[in-house]
Design a protein around this ligand. Structure first.
Ligand SMILES: O=C(O)CCC(=O)C(=O)O
Ligand SMILES: [Fe+2]
Length: 287
């Protein structure tokens, strides 16, 4: 007599075998016969077949709906170094998270470089605008209560040096970077959680993508240390990166999709002020 085997006992190997049989074009009756020959009770085998194929089809549909993955910037950390040489400067590796891809660097900028960036940016600040997804233009946005400005890429010796350092650290062409943006947050100001990639569903996105393709990585550099608050949060994994002067947080997103868990924001500044410089990295040359 055959013993009753519950569908719970379908191992990952069996499930994979079932999917392979279906892929190879074997009729369900033949697969079922193989299972009953191997000792499966018929009704249990049918339930297992149905459940396995249904799950497989659902997973496949999810996969197919995802935008294609892209190569992303990536620091060279295979040997788990405590510090890496970024062109002209040794930078500490403070935290290294795989999924979402987040790396925190210590001492990416010197304090003098931070102060110089703030001094250059300050006279050029205006209320931060975000990209208008409908038109591809810019707009003032309530989710972003900071002030900001953009440097041109290669604008001056300091910007050029920092851009070359970023390209070396993240192993990504300098030409694929947008101009450095500087943001200033006063007490109470924040940047609500958002994705940095352009939403493929928005009508303005194709226009934006003509210049350099998608954003695939971000480096946020802290130009001062706020007294309280102002961390960079990653709500999907309950991570908050402390905003420490000279440090930087890097994150990448291989597809324009929430599955990257790259949702992030600038937490409200509770006391003091916050200055950051952001570098967004595109898939291709950004001219
Ligand atoms: O201010 C922060 O910590 C985050 C900034 C940010 O998300 C951005 O500039 O895209
Ligand atoms: Fe962002």
């Amino acid at each position: 007599m055959k013993t009753r085997i519950s569908s719970q006992s379908a191992t990952p190997e069996l499930r994979q075998w079932i999917v392979e049989q279906a892929r190879a074009g074997h009729a369900p009756e033949a697969v079922l016969r193989s299972m009953t020959d191997a000792g499966w009770q018929e009704d249990v085998a049918i339930a297992t077949l149905e459940e396995t194929l249904k799950t497989h089809l659902a997973e496949q549909a999810l996969q197919d709906a995802l935008p294609a993955p892209s190569p992303v910037p990536e620091p060279r950390l295979e040997q788990a170094p405590s510090a890496v040489m970024a062109l002209d400067r040794e930078v500490q590796v403070l935290m290294n998270l795989r999924d979402p891809r987040v790396v925190v660097f210590g001492g990416f900028l010197s304090h003098d470089e931070c102060d110089a960036l703030v001094a250059l940016a300050q006279p050029r600040l205006a209320r931060s605008e975000t990209v208008d997804n409908d038109t591809g233009g810019s707009e003032v946005n309530e989710a972003r209560t900071s002030q900001g400005m953009f440097f041109m890429r290669g604008e001056g010796e300091l910007i050029s040096r920092i851009e070359a350092r970023i390209a070396a650290l993240l192993d990504w062409p300098l030409e694929n970077g947008e101009g450095v943006q500087v943001l200033h947050y006063r007490p109470g100001a924040e940047y609500k959680p958002h994705y940095d990639y352009f939403d493929p569903a928005q009508p303005g996105t194709p226009t934006i993508l003509k210049r350099g393709g998608q954003r695939v990585g971000t480096l946020v550099m802290y130009l001062n240390t706020p007294e309280r608050g102002g961390g960079t949060t990653f709500p999907d994994v309950n991570l908050e990166v402390a905003p420490i002067k000279g440090n930087a947080v890097f994150f990448s997103y291989e597809r324009a999709h929430p599955s990257t868990r790259s949702l992030h924001g600038g937490a409200p500044v509770l006391a003091g002020e916050k200055w950051v410089a952001t570098k967004w990295l595109r898939q291709a040359r950004f001219d």
